[in-house]
Design a binder for this molecule. Structure first.
Ligand SMILES: CC1=C(CCC(=O)O)c2cc3nc(cc4[nH]c(cc5[nH]c(cc1n2)c(C)c5CCC(=O)O)c(CCC(=O)O)c4C)C(CCC(=O)O)=C3C
Ligand SMILES: [Fe+2]
Length: 392
């Protein structure tokens, strides 16, 4: 296998419960070691119960995997989650046992944050560290974040145009577009990206791209704003706001006739979308006489599926073009030092030369301090710092 090529693709996602008995164990997995009040978990458990205890997320990932297998017929496509079966540790063990050596990892999260980026890289590092000692350690190569890739932005333009068209005629032309994303504790939002604040800034930048795309299609430049959903954590901890529902109620109070929610921060219509937006926020808007529609997420749009193939090809071949629509430019392949590292999440254990299971923790995954854990003690050079690196 020539340097740079991949012999498998791994889809890395969040995971969701698939039946009532899964809900509590899933919630415990998600919030292990986190400051989420028990009362909040009970509310969320009840939300899952409303939907039969089953999140649509895993089926949506199965559909994505199926579409990727069609897109990339020569490449085995694996799938693993952080919080529910198939767990990343099991999938990585499976692909390692199958002799896979170099794996491109596609994380189903577009924007940088601890939860959406760095934590997945830590999960991958953990999965490698958990491999039995007699199994060859595969190289796991996360593909870059895709927030400003046309394969993500263009379907969101189409879906926004469609959602605007679903509003009653008189509400359409000046309807604000409310771009929604998962709220984060302010500490996480501040620490996102290499210089901080990347999460809210990139949401705004990509929202501008979508608004401009909608204008090209319809001739109307809609007002827009960034709003957040699915806040958790104790009330004493500040999170990104405004909340989408609060904002819809305010808009109604200001006499708006309609609004459109565009869930930019998610790539499939999972629980946070079909519950937090479609049930809660939509219900509150309607109670206040505001017409509201919601754009679909990218799901398995063919451009989004093709994008994964592009990200893989560009990572395998440093001469391949890297498409990106924003002034941020293509996100780096390897996260810069400190990227998405909130102070509260520093793992003192992941320092240079750390031994896990009797051998050096394999890495490349995070690109900075945790990466250096794979290098000999005292040598803090990242194993792989840029594009097109050779093999381990
Ligand atoms: C940035 C981000 C994404 C987007 C990036 C990505 O996709 O990764 C995301 C996705 C998701 N979040 C999900 C579900 C949950 N998230 C929770 C809790 C939290 N999320 C956070 C952030 C994010 N979450 C944070 C900072 C917390 C607080 C606890 C902590 O610091 O970690 C909780 C606990 C209960 C609650 O408090 O809500 C649940 C149940 C599901 C599955 C939906 C389904 O089942 O269909 C998905 C895709
Ligand atoms: Fe979440």
């Amino acid at each position: 296998m020539p340097a740079g090529e991949f012999d498998a693709l791994l889809v890395v996602s969040f995971g969701g419960p698939e039946g009532p008995a899964d809900v509590w164990p899933f919630l415990r997995n998600v919030t292990a070691g986190r400051n989420v009040p028990e009362a909040r978990l009970a509310v969320v458990a009840e939300q899952y119960r409303m939907f039969g205890g089953r999140s649509p997320l895993n089926d949506q990932n199965r559909a994505l995997v199926a579409a990727l297998r069609e897109q990339l017929p020569d490449l085995p496509v694996y799938w693993g989650n952080r919080n529910w079966a198939p767990y990343l540790t099991d999938t990585v063990a499976e692909l390692a046992a199958a002799g896979v050596r170099r794996v491109a990892c596609f994380v189903t999260s577009a924007f940088p944050s601890y939860s959406g980026c760095r934590q997945y890289r830590e999960d991958l590092a953990g999965a490698l560290a958990a491999l039995p000692a007699d199994v060859p350690v595969p190289e796991l190569v996360p593909l870059r974040l895709f927030f400003d890739h046309p394969g993500f932005v263009e379907p969101m333009v189409d879906h926004s145009v469609a959602a605007i068209a679903q509003l009653p005629e008189p509400a359409r032309a000046d309807a604000p577009l409310l771009f929604t994303a998962h709220s984060l504790p302010l500490s996480q939002a501040r620490a996102s990206g290499p210089h901080g604040h990347a999460y809210p800034r990139q949401l705004r930048t990509v929202a501008e791209l979508v608004v401009a795309g909608v204008e090209r299609r319809t001739g109307v430049r809609h007002p827009f704003e960034i709003v957040y959903c699915s806040r958790s954590g104790p009330p004493s901890v500040p999170w990104l706001d405004p909340d989408v529902g609060d904002r819809l109620v305010e808009l109604a109070g200001q006499g708006a006739a309609g609004a459109v929610m565009v869930p930019l921060g998610f790539v499939s219509d999972h629980m946070e979308v079909i519950h937090d937006l479609d049930v809660v926020a939509t219900g509150r808007a309607r109670d206040h006489g505001l017409a509201v529609t919601r754009a679909s997420t990218v799901g398995t749009d063919r451009r989004f599926v093709a994008m994964v193939g592009e990200l893989l090809a560009e990572r395998a071949d440093p001469r391949a073009p890297q498409r990106s629509l924003s002034a941020f430019g293509p996100w780096p392949d390897v996260c810069p030092p400190g990227c998405c590292q909130p102070a509260s999440r520093t793992r003192p254990g992941a320092s240079a030369g750390e031994q896990v299971g009797g051998r050096p923790e394999p890495a490349i995954l995070i690109g900075d301090d945790a990466t250096s854990s794979a290098t000999p003690a005292g040598d803090t050079r990242p194993l792989r710092t840029g594009r097109g690196q050779g093999q381990r």
